[in-house]
Design a protein around this ligand. Sequence first.
Ligand SMILES: Nc1ncnc2c1ncn2[C@@H]1O[C@H](COP(=O)(O)OP(=O)(O)OP(=O)(O)O)[C@@H](O)[C@H]1O
Length: 288
Amino acid sequence: MTDQIPGRRESTAVPTTGPAGVPAIACTALVYSFGSTRAVDGIDLEVEAGSIYGLLGPNGAGKTTAIRAITTLLPVPPGMVGVFGNDVAKRRMEVRRLLGYVPQQLSADSGLTGRENVAMFARLFDVPRRQRGERVTAALDAVGLREAADRLAKTYSGGMVRRLELAQALVSSPRLLILDEPTIGLDPIARDSVWERIEEVRGATGMTVFVTTHYMDEADQYCDRISLMHRGTIRATGSPQELKASLPKGSGTLEDVFRHYTGDTLEEPTSGEFRNVRATRSTAARLR
Ligand SMILES: Nc1ncnc2c1ncn2[C@@H]1O[C@H](COP(=O)(O)OP(=O)(O)OP(=O)(O)O)[C@@H](O)[C@H]1O
């Protein structure tokens, strides 16, 4: 097969940042195992360019593994994952240039200021030297951290840390922003502040956002389309409205939808500041 994976359906209402009909992400029968553990067990996904797409599932469902395959961090065979038509197995560097990625683990350095953290990512992602200062400031502005930019990140609240990590990912102007549990461990107000910034940036740039979460209320409120993932497989896909309408009663919450398709529930983590965010996330993360 060629290195390019063709689009499989026409783009519709949402704005498109790639060639017409080419999905931002296309997974075809994606599988990934760690030894005898089949973390991802044959998932098909198509993420329309310009949309906010949520992958929803409990701990251990396989969401992070799917993200790591999409972001080229885990090796997968050709033909399983395409990003804007680029096969991740064959065009790894091209794919990386299209991506902004906020991992579940803490990626901000507590001993640097907000501005220094974002500047470090600008250097890492080869933002041209002459544009760096301007792009760093624009990224900090976009997430509402202008005032706090010159404070050490360790003085930030949990929501500010998450917004800082968002700025780090945005400084390279990605076409596809991938967020692994962007609001894990945050209180509801901080969660809203993170999502408002994600929505604003998406509105301003038309970038595609692919997000994992186990907060069903935020998936319901902010995602155009959702896939419910459980034990390595996708159990249902649709807009929040379509999923709720698919219940036998014809209505309900996304919690009901999840229970209906998986027979299981999702649990909520706790809230906190920089240290607690680190603790929450390192508890959630495992050594790889
Ligand atoms: N590096 C690894 N080595 C061995 N098993 C792993 C590894 N990473 C993940 N797994 C296993 O793969 C399965 C899916 O894990 P994954 O982290 O993808 O789930 P998740 O939905 O992202 O959950 P979480 O939010 O807790 O990270 C789990 O059974 C997990 O124990």
